[in-house]
Design a protein around this ligand. Sequence first.
Ligand code: MG
Length: 382
Amino acid sequence: MPNIALLGSTGSIGTQALEVIERLPDCRVVSAAAGSNDERLQEQIETHNVQRAALYDKDAAQRLQRRTSVPVLGGIEGFCQLASDPDVDLVVNSIVGAAGLAPTLAALEAGKRVALANKETLVVGGHLVMGYAEQIVPIDSEHSALWQCMQGHSRSSIDALVLTASGGPFRQYHGDLEAVTVQQALRHPNWDMGGKITIDSATLMNKGLEVIEAHWLFGFSYDRIDVVVHPESIVHSLIRMTDGSYLAHLGAADMRMPIQYALTYPHFNPVLSMPLDLTELTGLHFEHPDYKRFPCLGLAFAAGRTGHSMPTVLNAANEIAVELFLDGRLGFLGIAELVETMMARHTPVENPDLETILALDRQVRDESRRQALSLKGRLTQP
Ligand code: MG
């Protein structure tokens, strides 16, 4: 009976993870952590009989502590403690952003298995977690698909990993991308996800981050990782074998599937939704991504290839750019422009440790906010 610490419990992946765990008789959530939503976390504590909790926002943690008898820790230290508690077997990390790295490291160092939905752990700290690769299982749907396809095959039999991308809401948009609204960008064609990742899907930055994630998770060089746009989101990813054939993973666009597999690996559990009806498919289409209209994908490949501290800069600048876009303070094309500007300015630091990464993350965020103010014509004042 694995005892689970669920970090990021009130977000999109966190709530779906709770739904999955509820149906798995052998799993229970012993601790849960969230950013600042103390009311939602309180409901989860009561509904799921959670024994310990943490909130990143320390004021929210104090508020919740006054209303519950379970201990409520505050700050990232609280997350790290929940991730390394002795009675925890598995940590589900669905924190959004670079803040997820420290709890992942705490869990891995304490010998826990980590079901990872926090891409930033691998994007900014891939070199730090590589010694623990055996303890990490992916939740991201593409990586879960790759992982499932790769089982039983030697690395030397695999020519390339092929990540599929839906192409987002603007794949076939012929208007001026600069003029698109937040509402248009939030309209993802296939997946229902949180705000940050939905904007990242519209810019293709999400796929770029996933390329870096795949590089670290599976130890493939960037030359052996391809991205193909697949608008139906039925094929979740493929591996190309050295003989030229492909192995693919197909299924409905339902995040509960990869979440469940990460928890029950190597076993498959009964389906949560109706299985995909192959006869209802009208076609499966694949096309090259448009690197010109969606420069974030190329920027991510470049940051990955440079490595060291560059992906931290890519990620921090992008987080701020997305935040400003969602606030209506930066145009859609300003996202890539800001990321590119911040990367161009940065001199990579070799093999940065956790402290260096977190300090650089803060620094780039501050500088990105200032830099955004000078992006001519890209910024709409609120
Ligand atoms: Mg994904």
